[in-house]
Design a protein around this ligand. Structure first.
Ligand code: ARG
Ligand code: MN
Ligand code: MN
Ligand code: MN
Length: 299
């Protein structure tokens, strides 16, 4: 496969600094080489330009922190991805999870596939379904999914130029932290979320089978993997850790089974924070997750 790597070194959407270095940490953990060894042709397209917080006033408008520069970076990201040919597998590196408003939009509108339905698999401790009015923090990384489904700030919603994701085309896995009003919005939208209780009870195999069934009307799948979906003992380098996450093997099994489906056409790796990490462990684990999604097998 032709894999194109694109970094979005942005931490403007997060409450803590450091995830802007995530893309660099993932490259440092031999991302390209690992994927080449699996037989892929890998092109690193470099980084999307992102404003540096120290160069700006902490700009809060209508409850949103750093709205303008986030809109800009997401717009550039979406444009870069939408311009890639259909046979490319874009692997986008955050950055905080607000980058996914750009990546999901760009991938949905990419090439000849533009207009066909794309399913979104959101692997995360959080549902990231806050709107500017429900958010307890104002941090945009807690809001990308709401905006992708057309609710929230008009500029962020408008990134797709009228396109938005249908709530029934989204499945979330690994969930264990949802804010009070966010929960109501999620329920109202009818988005399927597999919590950690579901992971314990059903197991990853059944969850993936149900997910395939549920997303069978879509033409392809995008996987957005927030490193904090994994248990903090496996992935300590994240800004918003929540106990009780996916084990190392649950993460890999999820990626292996999604890879077996042959339906995944793009992926994000987000929220890796080298400042809080232990010797780049989190970046290394996330590189191994990408490898499993892109065909690595034990035998
Ligand atoms: N729910 C919290 C908020 O809205 C935390 C969101 C964390 N999101 C993430 N992508 N790590 O602020
Ligand atoms: Mn403004
Ligand atoms: Mn997230
Ligand atoms: Mn998260």
């Amino acid at each position: 496969m032709n894999v194109s790597i694109l970094g979005i070194p942005m931490d403007l959407g997060a409450g803590r600094r450091g995830v802007d270095m995530g893309a660099s940490a993932l490259r440092n953990a031999h991302l390209s080489r690992t994927l080449r060894e699996l037989g892929h042709t890998v092109h690193d397209l470099g980084d999307v330009p992102v404003a540096i917080p120290e160069t700006m006033d902490k700009h809060i408008e209508s409850g949103l922190v750093f709205l303008d520069p986030i809109v800009q970076a997401c717009r550039t990201t979406a444009e870069r991805l939408a311009a890639l040919p259909d046979d490319v597998f874009p692997l986008t590196l955050g950055g905080d999870h607000s980058v996914s408003m750009g990546t999901v939009t760009g991938n949905a509108l990419r090439g000849n596939a533009a207009g066909t339905r794309m399913g979104l698999i959101w692997v995360d401790a959080h549902t990231d379904y806050n709107t500017p009015s429900s958010s307890p923090s104002g941090n945009i990384h807690g809001m990308p999914v709401a905006h992708l489904t057309g609710r929230g700030d008009p500029e962020l919603v408008g990134l797709g130029g009228g396109w938005s994701l249908r709530p029934e085309d989204i499945v979330m896995i690994g969930i264990r932290s949802v804010d009070r009003f966010e929960r109501d919005l999620l329920r109202e939208a009818g988005i399927k979320a597999y919590t950690m209780k579901d992971v314990d009870q059903l197991g990853i195999t059944r969850i993936v089978a149900e997910t395939q069934e549920r997303l069978s009307d879509t033409a392809r799948l995008h996987v957005s993997f927030d490193a904090d979906a994994l248990d903090p003992s496996v992935a300590p380098g994240v800004g918003t850790p929540v106990p009780g996450g996916l084990t190392y093997r649950e993460g890999h099994l999820l990626m292996e089974l999604l890879s077996d489906s042959g339906r995944v056409t793009s992926m994000d790796i987000v929220e890796v924070n080298p400042v809080l990490d232990v010797r780049n462990q989190t970046a290394e684990v996330m590189v191994s997750m990408a490898a499993s999604l892109l065909g690595q097998r034990i035998l």
